[in-house]
Design a binder for this molecule. Structure first.
Ligand code: UDP
Ligand code: MG
Length: 317
């Protein structure tokens, strides 16, 4: 019987984690596969970890990785993939926004031979208009900025075959945009459509700041276009400046020089703004190069619960 690993990242999810466990177990019991539930506690400051440990005591399907601090959603997913033992790996949020029942459809597609089955959101319920709008715009913007074909309106809710999971594990970059990496590794991919539900309880763990960081990672990890835009904007602005210089010289010879304080100030402010913006773009890239150069491990695990194998050394990266 094939084994399906379900990776569930959780950050301050005490209100939902028990219910997620029950729903996931009920769903997997209907499948014809064996399963393990691999919870990754991403440095929660509430009771999430103690609830998870209690569950692990009573159910041998359950494994828990406890991070030493909050490393972030994408890293929690990556750790789950490192430790998953299954023939396929499903990633699902802890908050039941992605209905666990869809996993059965994913498994069916996988058994038909697909290597990646991603969930495509037809609708998002219970999220603010702002979030829906920014998400919609972002996915389309990302699509136009990158050469890798990242499907729009998909999240990290997806099933990966063992082969894909192994391929993912060879990608060691630190600023991880997992759904982009899954597209990058290739293999045969297909979608199942679903309606994204409201959070079962609790609040989003993605405040605007995290969302922005996530969006920048998505664009910068998969595109040089911002740098190209900086170059082209630089060229265009230089050309325009040269034309303006000609105008100024002509005016000088025609004796039309005026006080000109306002125009000089406006031009200078504009160009300083543009230059700082370009520097900012370059800085985003350099910051990420710096992160790679430091080569710190992606995450630190303070405790593993419910694993029956010896500690997989090669999993530490
Ligand atoms: N999450 C995490 N670490 C974080 C933030 C979020 O592990 O730093 C988890 C969270 O517990 C949830 C999933 O990532 O299981 C998605 O987060 P959330 O539901 O808050 O995001 P949203 O659905 O609002 O985009
Ligand atoms: Mg959510």
């Amino acid at each position: 019987m094939s084994l399906v690993s379900i990776v569930i990242p959780a950050y301050n999810e005490e209100e939902v984690i028990g219910e997620s466990y029950r729903r996931l177990t009920a769903v997997m019991a209907q499948s014809d596969c064996d399963w393990e539930l691999l919870f990754v506690n991403d440095g929660s400051r509430d009771r999430t970890i103690s609830i998870l440990k209690d569950i692990a005591k009573t159910d041998s399907h359950v494994r828990v990785l406890d991070f030493s601090r909050n490393f972030g959603h994408q890293i929690a997913i990556s750790a789950g993939m490192d430790y998953a033992a299954g023939d396929s790996v499903v990633v699902i949020d802890a908050d039941l926004q992605d209905p666990p029942e869809v996993i059965l459809d994913m498994i069916k597609k996988w058994q038909e031979g697909y290597h990646v089955v991603y969930g495509k959101r037809l609708k998002r319920k219970g999220e603010t208009l702002f979030k829906k709008l920014t998400a919609k715009l972002f996915y389309r913007f990302l699509h136009s900025m990158t050469d890798v074909n990242i499907p729009v309106d998909t999240g990290d809710f997806r099933l990966l075959d063992r082969k894909v999971c192994d391929a993912m594990r060879t990608l060691t970059e630190k600023n991880r945009y997992v759904r982009g990496l899954v597209s990058w590794v290739g293999f045969s991919q297909t979608a199942v459509e679903y309606v994204r539900e409201e959070r079962f309880a609790g609040e989003t763990k993605y405040p605007l700041k995290k969302m922005l960081r996530f969006a920048t990672d998505g664009i910068i990890s998969f595109s040089f276009k911002p740098l190209k835009i900086a170059t082209w904007a630089g060229c265009l602005i230089s050309a325009l400046s040269f034309l303006y210089l000609l105008v100024v010289i002509v005016q000088k010879f025609m004796g039309q020089t005026v006080a000109g304080w306002a125009s000089i100030l406006a031009v200078s402010l504009f160009f300083n703004g543009v230059i700082l913006f370009m520097l900012g773009i370059i800085g985003e890239y350099i910051g990420r190069i710096y992160d790679e150069a430091k080569n710190r491990p992606l995450y630190i695990i303070q405790e593993e619960v419910g694993f029956h194998h010896d500690k997989p050394e090669e999993n530490q990266r």
